[in-house]
Design a protein around this ligand. Structure first.
Ligand code: GAL
Length: 385
């Protein structure tokens, strides 16, 4: 019987089947062993990853990448927030649409709204996954300037949309001077003139938005070692960053916040903490076009934040290698290993936007980002810390 089974024909058949299965696997799943910044990055189905303006959650051995699904012609949300998962950071499996747009035209997240820069954090107390993202209401351009929140029991979703709003209504920033509070909320000065800049630095737009809540556009989240979470966002017409504390369940704002670099025009905040020091990387404000990144550091989330200049070094550093920051990813299990995640936007073909992932190292206590055509995580083992 055994002899019969292993006759020549059957043997050939088994080999053929195995070859087919193996080559099919190889075809459907590109096995990356390195990062190739700026190149097409294929998911497990062979499609370019569609998770722009993204952020990453690490949970129980798996990384979850959340980002904006973009189409061919529009940057607006017609699908929703995507989720991909990976064990090794090179190879990504398309999970699902974690937060789909709504088909209800009255929903705040109806198809055609703008849903940008989603970030997800895990709340150890409530065991919930909490997503915040920049939301612009359909048909209003970027005027709404809201932050939206959604929640899930599972990292990959589906996320249940809760609400959106402008945070910190009726609250003054902690670092706001007493004498600025009673000044008028309007100015005679023309935009971009020196007197106007001075007014902005002294809280013109904080006063203007005091009752209805502060604007919230480009944003990121950060969970500190003590479990406190922070929402960092461009406010005051993108002129000033606000760092706001989230409530213990991460679902709302406590009302405690500070302004960072008033009038400094910072967008695209991304943050990491090394050896007890917080480092923030941002961009200037030139829409989809790249500009020179900036960086800051502080010993406390509440400041004072010190300006450190452009962290990018080398050719094309003045345009941050044609990218804009979105997140800084701590690599799990490696000490002082952080990845700068940036977007190379393609506004004329948004789905083709590229991902620029590069290692971030501290040099003389300043973050430094250098270009590599190709690199892998072993770079973090070679560094002397
Ligand atoms: C960028 C911002 C993006 C998007 C874009 C729209 O400055 O970082 O997230 O909002 O403007 O023009």
């Amino acid at each position: 019987m055994l002899k019969k089974f292993f006759n020549h024909k059957a043997y050939t058949y088994v080999i053929l089947m195995m070859t087919f299965v193996l080559s099919y696997e190889g075809f459907s799943q590109t096995k990356y062993k390195a990062f190739h910044p700026g190149e097409l990055w294929l998911d497990d189905q062979g499609d370019h990853i569609n998770a722009h303006g993204g952020g990453i959650l690490y949970h129980k051995g798996t990384y979850y990448w959340f980002g904006e699904n973009k189409g061919k012609d529009s940057n607006n949300a017609f699908v929703g927030i995507m989720c991909y998962s990976s064990k090794d950071l090179y190879n990504w499996k398309r999970e699902a649409v974690a937060l789909p747009v709504s088909t209800d035209p009255d929903s705040e997240i109806t198809a055609g709204s703008i849903m940008e820069r989603p970030k997800v954090i895990y709340n150890k107390k409530t065991k919930k996954f909490v997503m915040w993202f920049h939301l612009e209401l359909k048909g209003q351009g970027y005027a709404a300037a809201r932050t939206g929140v959604a929640v899930s029991d599972k990292p990959g979703g589906p996320y249940e949309y809760k609400k959106s709003y402008r945070p910190n209504a009726g609250q003054w920033p902690e670092n706001f001077q007493e004498e600025w509070k009673d000044r008028p909320a309007t100015t005679e000065a023309d935009w971009w003139t020196e007197p106007w800049r001075k007014e902005v630095k002294e809280g013109l737009f904080v006063r203007r938005d005091f009752e209805k809540g502060q604007m919230s556009r480009d944003m990121t989240l950060f969970v500190d070692d003590d479990g406190k979470a922070y929402h960092i966002h461009s406010a005051e017409e993108n002129l000033t960053l606000h760092i706001s504390e989230l409530s213990d369940d991460y679902l709302s704002f406590t009302g405690r916040y500070i302004t960072l670099a008033p009038g400094g025009h910072n967008e695209a905040p991304a943050i990491f903490k090394q050896d007890g020091v917080y480092y923030l990387i941002t961009s200037g404000c030139t829409g989809w076009d790249p500009n020179a990144a900036r960086s800051f550091k502080s010993n406390s989330m509440w400041g004072p934040w010190e300006y450190l200049g452009n962290p990018a070094q080398g050719e094309h550093a003045n345009l941050t290698f044609y990218s804009q920051s979105t997140y800084i990813l701590p690599v799990h299990g490696k000490k002082n290993a952080y990845i700068y995640m940036g977007d190379r936007w393609r506004p004329k073909d948004p789905i083709d936007g590229r991902y620029i992932w590069l290692p971030v190292f501290l040099e003389h206590d300043k973050p430094v980002i250098k270009w590599f055509d190709e690199w892998d995580l072993s770079i973090f083992d070679q560094q002397m810390h």
